[in-house]
Design a protein around this ligand. Structure first.
Ligand code: ADP
Ligand code: MG
Length: 724
């Protein structure tokens, strides 16, 4: 990669900030934040009072939108957007590809007299009609109409996206078929929030707690990513097309020095980060932290947690912004879960809690015995939920790219388990023992009477190997991949929690029969029962260890290593029952998702396999053959000069070239395959194609370590990861 290397070096040394730096001593950050959002402040200022109140009710209390106010809201929104320079509006939606989709329409309407008006009606705000036929629908389309519609999500505010050549208004929407089937990631999320609210309120009521706000889920996703110079990507079709390197020998220096994590951020990268943050501030995304991650050229950005739905939309905005700003700085942002083999991958830790502004987090232990009792019940609900539906939750993070990360040495294994920390585990263990007498020091606790021993609110000794860890006032789900939408896992978590809270509420209601004085006793025995049945999910040890894999098997916790193992969990009878019971997915919607995600898996692997063959033949083979030619010439010259010369390197190159060619041919043959079902096709991709791709790579990477550097045109790991 000589030319790419030189271009990258020049890009690193000559970069200029893409816009003038912002002077935050002149512009107050607090005023700048959210300046492009049609937020509460703007609405309060601009909407008639009764309209504002009605809309606020819909947003905060989840009440139905009053259609009669739509025209006024739309008109106000349009005026605001046009003042900001917008010419178009778009309904933004989240199809099952995991990406963000937008369809732009102009505000302009001809006035019939050769001129034009700016128009935006309530109807245009509330509903859009993109052609749905090019989005995956997984069988939903064959039985229903091809068209779909987008519906305004009042709870996620509209915003303005600025572009040097034009500005437009974005309206977050749900995306449905005309028969009401969800074609997107947002609709089920909103449905799952409702289920969670209903069941959480039943439990709270037993504790005598009324809250006028809905109980919601909070999400705080930590986004990891890689940044490399774009010049390298131009000569790496794999990075450009697949988002990961399909070839590349291990560099002499990887991440073993541990000198990157929290290290000083390179200048160009820091400039990039600041511009990303500035763009995000304008859109009201509360980004808070930035730092170097463990791998070279790997970084993290994390916002402050928000309502699950908003956090999901904001995470999509974060991913889009990272990609687009990187380009302006001559860099490529890789959101792939494993762009570089042998180097840490990227995840998206999903910090998850439930509660609301009045109650705070229901996973917060609290200070009084009564608060503790409530906490224990919600925590027990999570234990039961994860034990019952762990495999389904695992399926929500299954993808071709995340398969390379889960179970590797830096990410949690594919076995779902829960880290509670020793103290909390001990507390639950005591409930399980259920014997009030006969203890020496640690007496069995009485629910609602004893206060919990002080639990670490922010435990320092975080267990990084657990996929689902309690971290003081929330759970951290660490299996989500860096490129994924966080919607799917939240849908699963909300619905699993709703199911367990439903169970708990029913059991407690039955046990106390309206007599509140019996609550503590009833909670005590319910906690015991839950622990007896579901304790197997709790594991505080090293999740990376071989011993845990054995132990998990003994406990009956499945290890669904790959996507074809995991995705069928979405349509297990108990999973269909769960989602239909709470109105989150119909059976058809679930089946469509299983099919779409399996199809995506197959397409991804197939594309990579074709790339492997193409690159092996057109990039690696020619480079190695040129070197072979040079060696052969040298060898012949030496012999002519009277040396009895046997060149080891020439033999080596020749043998490896031959092996690589053979492996590429083998891979090509395997790709010619007919499968009876998409699941079988996925299995073939997993069991036959991926190993065959690795085989080609093995020989190519080995050639990279012997072929002359000036002949090797693929940028090396060393160049990509360390020139910054
Ligand atoms: P760490 O890397 O130590 O886990 P970070 O500060 O990078 O911590 O990320 C923690 C994330 O968890 C942030 O997005 C934070 O806002 C979020 N978070 C904190 N409290 C809660 C909570 N109660 N519910 C959901 N997310 C939370
Ligand atoms: Mg974290």
């Amino acid at each position: 990669g000589i030319q790419a290397r030189l271009n990258a070096i020049s890009a690193v040394t000559n970069y200029k900030p893409s816009t003038a730096p912002m002077n935050f001593s002149e512009t107050k950050l607090t005023e700048f934040f959210g300046c492009n959002v049609f937020n509460e402040k703007v609405m309060r200022e601009r909407l008639p009072k009764d309209v504002f109140k009605s809309l606020q009710k819909t947003i905060e209390l989840g009440e139905k939108l009053d259609p009669s106010i739509a025209d006024i809201v739309a008109n106000t929104m349009k005026d605001w957007a046009i003042e900001k320079g917008a010419t178009h509006f778009t309904h933004v939606f989240y199809p099952l590809t995991g990406l963000t989709a937008e369809k732009h329409d102009s505000f302009l309407t001809p006035d019939g007299k050769g001129g034009a008006l700016a128009e935006f009606s309530g109807k245009m705000l509330i509903q859009g009609e993109p052609d749905a036929s090019s989005f995956p629908s997984g069988g939903l389309r064959s039985t229903f109409e091809a068209r779909g519609y987008t519906a305004w999500d009042v709870t996620s505010p509209a915003y303005i996206l600025e572009n040097p050549n034009g500005t437009f208004l974005c309206i977050p929407t749900a995306f449905l078929s005309w028969t009401g089937e969800a074609l997107d990631k947002k609709t089920p999320l909103l449905r799952s929030m409702q289920a969670l609210n209903t069941q959480a309120k039943r439990v709270l009521k037993l504790f005598g707690i009324e809250t006028k706000l809905p109980v919601i889920a909070f999400a705080g996703p930590e986004q990891e990513y890689f940044l490399i110079d774009r010049n390298f990507a131009f000569s790496r079709p794999d990075l450009l097309i697949a988002g990961r390197s399909l070839f590349g020998a291990r560099p002499p220096k990887g991440q073993e020095f541990e000198d990157q994590y929290f290290g000083v951020i390179p200048r160009r990268v820091l400039a990039f980060m600041m511009e990303v943050e500035r763009e995000l501030y304008k859109l009201g995304v509360p980004v808070k932290t930035r730092h170097n991650e463990v791998a070279p050229s790997q970084y993290e950005i994390a916002p402050i947690y928000e309502t699950g739905n908003l956090a999901t939309d904001h995470n999509q905005i974060i991913m889009t912004t990272l990609r687009s700003v990187a380009k302006r700085y001559g860099m490529l942002c890789l959101l792939h879960e494993k762009p570089f083999a042998g180097i840490n991958g990227s995840g998206k830790h999903l910090n998850y809690s439930i509660g609301n502004a009045e109650l705070g987090s229901l996973f917060d232990p609290g200070d009084t015995p009564h608060e503790n009792a409530k906490f224990l019940v919600f925590c027990a609900a999570a234990i039961r939920a994860l034990h019952k539906f762990g495999p389904m939750l695992r399926a929500t993070v299954a993808s071709a790219s995340n398969d390379h990360r889960l179970g590797a040495n830096e990410a949690p294994p594919a076995i779902m388990s829960m880290y509670l920390g020793e103290q909390l585990t001990d507390v639950f263990e005591q409930f399980k023992q259920g014997k009030v007498n006969g203890c020496k020091q640690k007496c069995v606790m009485n629910v609602g009477v004893d206060t919990l021993p002080p639990l670490p609110r922010d435990p320092g000794d975080r267990n990084r190997t657990s996929p689902f860890a309690f971290t003081g006032n929330r759970f951290e789900f660490r299996a989500v991949g860096s490129s994924m939408s966080i919607a799917g896992s939240q849908v699963a978590l909300n619905t699993m929690m709703a199911d367990s809270l439903d169970y708990i509420a029913s059991e407690l209601e039955k046990a106390i029969g309206g007599d509140a004085s019996k609550l503590n006793e009833a909670v005590q025995s319910l906690l015991q029962k839950i622990m007896v049945e579901h304790e197997a999910i709790i594991f505080n040890g090293d999740g990376y260890s071989e011993a845990w894999h054995k132990e998990a098997e003994r406990r009956g916790l499945p290890n669904l290593r790959t996507t074809p193992d995991a995705l069928p969990m979405l349509t297990k009878p108990e999973v269909i029952e769960l989602f239909t019971k709470y109105g989150v997915f119909s059976e058809a919607e679930l089946r469509s998702r299983e099919e779409i995600y399996l199809e995506q898996y197959c397409k991804t692997v197939k594309t990579e396999a074709n790339l492997v063959i193409r690159m092996a033949r057109t990039i690696i083979f020619p480079a190695a053959m040129r070197y072979q030619g040079e060696l052969a010439t040298t060898c012949a010259n030496l012999k002519a000069a009277g040396h009895d010369y046997q060149m080891v390197t020439l033999e080596d190159v020749t043998a490896k070239l031959r092996s690589m060619q053979k492996a590429a041919n083998e891979l090509e043959k395997l790709l010619d395959h007919e499968a009876a079902s998409v699941l079988e096709e996925a299995r073939h991709m997993c069991d036959a194609i991926l190993p065959a791709m690795n085989d080609v790579r093995k020989w190519a990477d080995s050639l990279e370590t012997i072929v002359a550097d000036d002949l090797w045109s693929l940028p090396s790991y060393q160049e990509m990861l360390f020139i910054k």
